[in-house]
Design a protein around this ligand. Structure first.
Ligand SMILES: Cc1cc2nc3c(=O)[nH]c(=O)nc-3n(C[C@H](O)[C@H](O)[C@H](O)COP(=O)(O)OP(=O)(O)OC[C@H]3O[C@@H](n4cnc5c(N)ncnc54)[C@H](O)[C@@H]3O)c2cc1C
Length: 449
């Protein structure tokens, strides 16, 4: 049995680039990376690793916050070269190979007048995003990325290509919608329902930082309850930056959006920008791209991005004490490179029962993302401590749930934080599809004991 595909062993030319994760806080040294070109290459890699006893990690877009898709001395089975996207407009569906990245997907679908709801960052991989849920600026309109999944092709630990769908391996299909990447097998392609889209209206409002308490309190009761076509994000930054921002997207006209925004506009923002534009231009704007961006962006090349992010879910507006905790931590931020982002839930996300898919966080108001970035090694400890202490101080005010796609090595109770009461069923599925626990990493689903 041999490894097939584009194989790069430790020490060979290209290895330094091939081993990198988007978050350069981590620098694992795998045994080799196999960039698979076909399902056969994936099967060969699984069989080779099973025979040789070398542990594997599965990788697509390399954006795991905690670098769970790489490990020292492991074989990295990488799908990023498999990136074909096929749209069947007549059946309103698209089949996407596992290695495709988000913006090329949106562009290909947009050329046919359709899209899927997904995340904002251009180079996030579709597979990691979908397996953990997939939140973005169409989420309150059409749900999470995983909610739009129709079927998945996957290679098992036994080296067999199988399908998971409502009629084939339905328990696995349930687990692949929110059960997290890297747990059950190697996904090779995913088929989604697609939605017609043309123009959208986007906005950005800002206030002086001194207005933070008023804006925060108002946004929490307003954003999760608005029209389902509207998804809103509150961006809180350090006091030193000096402003607070609300950004969002609405699938409709400016006139309609202005009605949605009217209550928020009574808080008299210092700047208001509202624009109706083709959907793909909104994608570029939220990804921080210009339309002529190079096809393969690969953010991590030459980037020194080191970061620590974490998350919490909130089910009711923060109390006065919770609000003051947020304000105090933003006042004491270790640098200007911190963001506290509130992502609005409700809408289509909440119309699915918490146990209907493996993604349990359906009945919440919003997700909090704690984000810190730095480049110099001497700045690391202060940023890590800020996130850790901030999260700890927020625990009386949050649900205890965390988003698996914002994975966090610091979580002690990650099993229930990520999966809630779906944890038991996930272990049963694992027992059935991977009884030898071949696919494992620091926070992987174990088999039922
Ligand atoms: C800059 C940035 C922006 C982000 N923006 C968003 C956002 O807007 N919305 C959102 O919801 N999330 C967002 N995320 C989080 C993102 O959803 C997760 O990091 C996701 O897991 C990344 O998937 P990937 O394929 O790029 O990463 P990888 O590191 O390749 O994989 C992530 C996980 O999935 C597993 N996996 C990868 N490929 C496969 C496969 N083929 N089969 C089975 N398992 C596999 C890996 O083993 C790993 O556990 C963002 C992350 C970053 C770094």
């Amino acid at each position: 049995m041999e490894l097939t595909g584009r194989v790069i062993y430790a020490g060979e030319s290209g290895y330094e680039d091939a081993r990198l994760n988007f978050n350069t806080r981590f620098a694992a040294s795998p045994f080799a990376i196999v960039f698979c070109q076909s399902v056969t290459d994936v099967i060969n890699a699984v069989n080779w690793a099973q025979t040789s006893g070398i542990p594997v990690r599965v990788r697509s877009g390399r954006h795991s916050y905690e670098a769970f898709s790489v490990a020292d001395d492991a074989l990295i089975i990488d799908l990023n070269d498999m990136e074909k996207i096929q749209v069947d407009r007549s059946k309103a569906r698209a089949t996407i190979q596992a290695g495709a990245e988000l913006v090329p997907i949106y562009e290909t679908l947009n050329a046919q007048g359709v899209t899927i709801p997904g995340g904002s960052c251009a180079t996030v991989g579709i597979t990691g995003l979908t397996l953990g849920g997939g939140y973005g600026l169409l989420a309150r309109w059409k749900g999470l990325t995983c909610d739009n999944l129709q079927s998945v092709e996957m290679v098992t630990a036994a080296g067999k290509a199988i399908v998971a769908s409502p009629s084939q391996n339905p328990d696995l299909f349930w687990a692949l919608r929110g059960g997290g990447g890297g747990n059950f097998g190697i996904v090779t392609s995913l088929t989604y329902q697609v939605h017609s889209i043309d123009k959208v209206t986007v906005y950005q409002l800002s206030w002086n930082w001194s207005e933070i308490e008023r804006v925060m309190q108002f946004w929490q009761t307003w954003a999760p309850e608005t029209d389902d076509r509207h998804t809103s994000i509150l961006k809180l930054v350090s006091e030193a930056v000096g402003s607070v921002f609300v950004v969002g997207q609405f699938v409709g006209t400016e006139t309609e959006l202005r009605q949605v925004l009217a209550p928020l506009l009574t808080l008299a923002p210092k700047s208001v920008s509202i624009e109706t534009l083709p959907y793909i231009e909104a994608v570029y704007a939220f990804a921080g791209l210009k339309p002529d961006y190079p096809k393969r962006l690969a953010h991590w090349h030459g980037s020194q991005t080191k970061f620590k992010n974490a998350s919490d879910y909130v089910a009711r507006p923060l109390s006065a004490a919770g609000t003051m905790t947020v304000i105090n931590f933003l006042k004491q931020a270790p640098s200007k490179n911190v963001v506290l982002q509130f992502d609005s839930y409700g809408g289509a996300i909440a119309k699915i029962a918490p146990d209907a898919t493996a993604f349990p966080h359906r009945q919440v108001n919003f997700n909090i993302q704690y984000q810190t970035y730095w480049t110099k090694p001497q700045d690391q400890a202060a940023h890590l401590n800020w996130v850790r202490n901030f999260r700890a101080a927020m625990q009386p005010h949050v649900t205890g749930g965390c988003y698996v796609n914002y994975c966090d090595r610091d979580l002690k109770n990650w099993q229930t934080a990520y999966y809630g009461s779906n944890w038991q069923k996930l272990k049963q599925v694992k027992q059935r599809v991977d009884p030898g626990n071949f696919f494992r990493f620091e926070q992987s689903v174990p088999k039922q004991t």
